[in-house]
Write a protein that binds this ligand. Structure first.
Ligand code: NAP
Length: 242
């Protein structure tokens, strides 16, 4: 049974991924602020899978990332699959973005991907196999007004993903990014009013947003051997939004 570590899996897309993988993998749930949700998920998954743990770690901080991997490896000996999912959004005009906020979003969305990957890669190389999935966004490709900071963090994730895939393919490690359109989670609910969400929805040809479970299904496929030749890709899942 392989071990999957999913950053930011107390809620939203990360929690849906943990649920979707629970029948076939050892699961490491990572949370930062949402301890109650993380433990509710832990108890839910443990009903059918004893191989689930939850670790608190702020993935924007190197010492906490390293501690998270130490604990995961102590429990499950190895992290075979890393899902870099944790992220935060920020909605603002460029000239109104405080530099501290800029750094916080880059640390959380981008530097976390570097830190977790850096810690995971040596063991994957030793085993001669591994899979890394980075959660990007449609805005990483296209950029978004009022979301320049968020878009920048995701655009850099796309470039990092392609570079990692090229560097790590000879070691048997696949690296891909998933770029969702709009997904029904707290992130969207916190950023937009109901009216704004209805207007946005009408701009998506499917006339609905993605469900977190639909992103989780794509993750399940991408980490499986069915996807053994897919690496270095940014896979879009956006209901024909773009
Ligand atoms: P969400 O519902 O707001 O959940 C965010 C998750 O990230 C939570 O579990 C949160 O944990 C965790 N997190 C945030 N900062 C963290 C940190 N410093 N350390 C550890 N965990 C941290 O968001 P979501 O919609 O599921 O988003 C998940 C990913 O998908 C993000 O990378 C996001 O950019 C991307 N995405 C989302 C959408 C969308 O429309 N929702 C679209 C495209 C891409 P705690 O609550 O425990 O702190």
């Amino acid at each position: 049974m392989k071990t999957v570590l999913i950053t930011g899996s107390s809620r939203g897309i990360g929690a849906a991924i943990a649920r979707r993988l629970n029948d076939e993998y050892k699961i490491v749930i990572n949370y930062n602020n949402s301890k109650k949700k993380a433990f509710e998920l832990l108890y839910e998954l443990r009903k059918t899978n004893p191989n689930v743990i939850a670790i608190k770690a702020d993935v924007s901080k190197e010492d906490e990332v390293n501690m998270m991997f130490d604990v995961a490896e102590k429990n499950f000996s190895n992290v075979d699959i890393l899902i870099n999912n944790a992220g935060i959004s920020h909605f603002s005009l460029i000239q109104d973005i405080e530099f501290d906020i800029w750094k916080d979003v880059i640390n959380t969305n981008l530097n976390s991907v570097f830190l977790s990957s850096k810690r995971a890669i040596p063991n994957m190389i030793s085993k001669g196999e591994g899979v890394i999935i980075n959660m990007s966004s449609i805005w990483g490709d296209f950029g978004a007004s009022m979301e320049a900071l968020y878009s920048t963090s995701k655009g850099a994730i796309n470039t990092f993903t392609k570079s990692m895939a090229k560097e790590l393919a000879p070691s048997g490690i696949r690296v891909n990014a998933i770029a969702p359109g709009i997904v029904e989670t707290d992130m969207m609910k916190n950023d937009f009013t109901e009216n704004e969400l209805d207007k946005l929805k009408s701009e998506v040809p499917t006339n609905r947003f993605a469900k977190p479970e639909e992103i989780a299904g794509l993750v399940r496929y991408l980490i499986s051997d069915e996807a053994s030749y897919i690496t270095g890709d940014i896979i879009h899942i956006n209901g024909a939004f773009y």
